[in-house]
Design a protein around this ligand. Structure first.
Ligand code: TNX
Length: 510
């Protein structure tokens, strides 16, 4: 009996050690979005000081970045080495496979976790990066006493349902600086979101420097909703955002909303107005009152310059032309305007995305109609052969209030509680729009009422996790109770990441 305390200590130490055979269950992992397949093997891998990430030479930069990410999450010393390394207490091996491995897309990956070694393989660095997000979610939030970060073993085979998984940030109604945008990119990347749409111009502010039309920012960027100084990105700032996004395998989609939502531009250049007179800057929240003068040739020179300068800084395939709520542009002016702008965007080698109203115009088949309000508009796009990007306001608008007690946000489309954000299916949302017509899902965050990063996080989380699961995970893998259960446990990570999320009452938080 007097050995009991000693035995207890031994037993406790053993239960925390990597050598301990006690099973750990990969099925219990708090993964969001949930992966396609999980095969648990009931052992454990320990990330620890000296764990070596080893790769072939061409993957060294990726491995260095991954090592830094894992080190930042754990405070461990992670070593990166070239080639087949056998020293070190445990290993992570990364590999890029040829394109012929199977018919899954470039972001598919396999994460094979064994006792001493993790194999992460994909066809692309983007796929390795998605797999890294899975590994980060598998890590506990605290290590064992001997500083081991224990991960349950098994094989995860994963691939996204949709190629476009997006979030939108409105930096026009309120301006958000480069650091805020970088933080937002970090947060969406955790959800395996791969497109960030920046709403760069609206009535209240023009936020991107255009060298050939400098007043757009010096004047048009000088205020925001409620007054105050506004702000804008220099072209260097924008390129810094693009590069930062690229390092997270996120593609930037720039939007210049036109012909409506243009008061900031109209206020900066009188010649863009039909009457040749600039209106005052606007700091309210009405919509639908402004329009470029679609009958003036100078307007198309303006659009050409803007698209040319932005397209030149944008490596992604898309240019978003807005096109929504042009209530003071007659339809017979609106249609040829959109078609001419489409030609300009095409000339600069980009594909058009526009809000669903653009389907009134004759669109190219590589165009994308972003469904936000009118199903008939989306269907008109499909009839023309375009893809649809799903942003149904009553399900995915992140500026919609959670319920009637939410202090921030609006509720014109709906109150969107977390369960409502989750419980719908992209493939059955609009009869006549099936999986083959859908490019993906995007969650827009309009910022009429949103002024800082904490508020962005509060409106985006946890709903963005729900949307990410809808666009990443196969329908069979989606289940509300299971999602809730995973979210309760993932909340430990949200706290650790200092994400100011909404503690929805539909979840039984521990
Ligand atoms: C509608 S969505 C708008 C935006 C507003 C938003 C507020 C869309 C294409 N237009 O201009 O900011 O509602 O929820």
């Amino acid at each position: 009996m007097k050995n009991l305390p000693f035995l207890l200590i031994i037993a406790l130490l053993a239960s925390f050690s990597c050598e301990n055979p006690a099973p750990t269950d990969l099925n219990k992992a708090a993964l969001i979005p949930f992966p396609k397949e999980i095969f648990p093997t009931h052992e454990r891998f320990c990330l620890q000081n000296g764990t070596v990430i080893h790769v072939q030479e061409h993957l060294l930069p990726f491995a260095e970045a991954m090592g830094e990410t894992l080190a930042a999450a754990t405070n461990l010393d992670i070593v990166v080495e070239k080639g087949d390394v056998t020293s070190g207490p445990s290993h992570i091996y990364l590999e890029l496979l040829g394109d012929d491995m199977d018919d899954e897309g470039p972001e598919s990956y396999e994460l094979n976790i064994k006792k001493k070694k993790i194999y992460l393989v994909s066809k692309s660095e983007a796929g390795l990066f998605r797999g890294l997000q899975t590994l980060l979610q598998l890590l506990p939030t605290t290590p064992t006493e001997d500083n081991h970060w224990v991960v349950a073993s098994g094989v995860i085979t994963d691939a996204p349902q949709y190629d476009y998984r997006g979030a939108m940030l409105d930096v026009s109604r309120h301006f958000f600086g480069v650091d805020d945008v970088k933080r937002f990119i970090d947060l969406i990347a955790l959800c395996k979101i791969n497109y960030l749409h920046l709403h760069l111009a609206d009535d209240q502010g023009w936020r991107i420097e255009i060298k050939s039309w400098p007043n757009l920012t010096t004047h048009g960027g000088s205020t925001q909703v409620g007054g105050g100084s506004g702000g804008y990105y220099t072209q260097n700032d924008y390129q810094e955002i693009v590069r930062y996004a690229e390092s997270r395998y996120v593609t930037i989609v720039p939007e210049i909303d036109m012909p409506g939502h243009t008061n900031a531009a109209l206020a900066s250049y009188p010649e863009l107005n039909c009457n040749g007179v600039s209106p005052e800057l606007y700091t309210g929240t009405e919509v639908g009152f402004s329009t470029l003068c679609t009958s003036k040739e100078i307007v198309y020179q303006f659009v050409d310059d803007v698209v040319r300068e932005i397209a030149a800084m944008t490596p992604g395939p898309y240019f978003h032309i807005g096109g929504d709520e042009s209530h003071v542009t007659a339809l017979e002016d609106y249609i040829p305007f959109i078609e001419r702008v489409q030609d300009i965007v095409t000339k600069y080698d980009k594909q058009v995305i526009g809000w669903d109203e653009i389907s009134h115009a004759e669109l190219r088949e590589d165009g994308v109609v972003q469904y936000w309000a009118m199903a008939e508009n989306a269907l008109r796009g499909v009839a023309q052969g375009t893809k649809v990007l799903l942003s149904p306001a009553h399900k995915v608008y992140l500026d919609m209030q959670y319920d009637s007690t939410t202090e921030l946000g609006l509720h014109w489309a709906a109150y969107i509680e977390l369960d409502s954000a989750y419980l719908w299916s992209p493939e059955t949302l609009v009869p006549g729009i099936g999986k083959e017509n859908i490019l993906g899902i995007e969650s827009p965050l309009w910022t009429e009422t949103i002024t800082n990063m904490d508020e962005i996080e509060y409106m985006a989380f946890p709903r963005l996790l729900a949307h990410a699961e809808l666009s990443w995970s196969p329908a069979e893998a989606r289940n509300w109770d299971h999602f809730s259960d995973r979210l309760v446990r993932y909340a430990e990570h949200l706290k650790q990441l200092d994400i100011d999320y909404y503690a929805s009452p539909v979840i039984t938080w521990e």
